[in-house]
Design a protein around this ligand. Structure first.
Ligand code: ADP
Ligand code: MG
Length: 139
């Protein structure tokens, strides 16, 4: 296995509940390193661009509304086999189906409001990190 990078976004629902600290600690305890991190409120344009792959899906409008309603914390993570391991640590998209002790099971509310984003491949992880961070911020 190799060291990989992956993007976490702590979504507005979790920030509203003040769970960003607990989620970051959960990820640190799981062995990930934080390469870079910042809080921002996504513009509609940023959210639509980030989720462009989903633009034909019926939930796209709802997803953009949700992701722009308040601050998010974007976190570039690094670790051994990070893409797959992070997906395991966050759990299934729907918190009701996420395994016990996963981030989404612990902090998510619904299939839409599920506390965190996770990259689904190493390539997408790289692209998603580049969407939010400049190369010099990741050294
Ligand atoms: P994941 O975030 O687990 O990779 P997807 O890529 O399928 O899941 O979907 C992206 C995001 O869109 C989800 O995390 C969730 O916030 C939202 N979403 C997915 N499916 C639905 C749905 N059926 N209804 C509302 N929102 C959804
Ligand atoms: Mg996805």
């Amino acid at each position: 296995m190799a060291i990989q990078r992956t993007l976490c976004i702590i979504k507005p629902d979790a920030v509203e509940k003040k769970k960003q600290g607990a989620i970051l600690q959960h990820l640190l305890d799981a062995g990930f390193d934080i390469l870079a991190m910042r809080q921002l409120t996504l513009s509609r344009r940023m959210a639509e661009g980030f989720y462009a792959v989903h633009k034909e899906r019926p939930f796209f409008g709802e997803l953009v509304e949700f992701m722009t309603r308040g601050p998010v914390v974007v976190v570039a993570l690094e670790g051994e086999d990070a893409v797959k391991r992070y997906r395991e640590v966050i759990g299934a998209t729907d918190p009701a189906e996420a395994a016990p002790g996963t981030v989404r099971q612990l902090y998510g509310a619904s299939k839409g409001e599920n506390a965190v984003h996770g990259s689904d491949s190493e390539d997408n992880g790289r692209q998603e990190i580049a969407y939010f961070f400049e190369a010099h911020q990741l050294l």
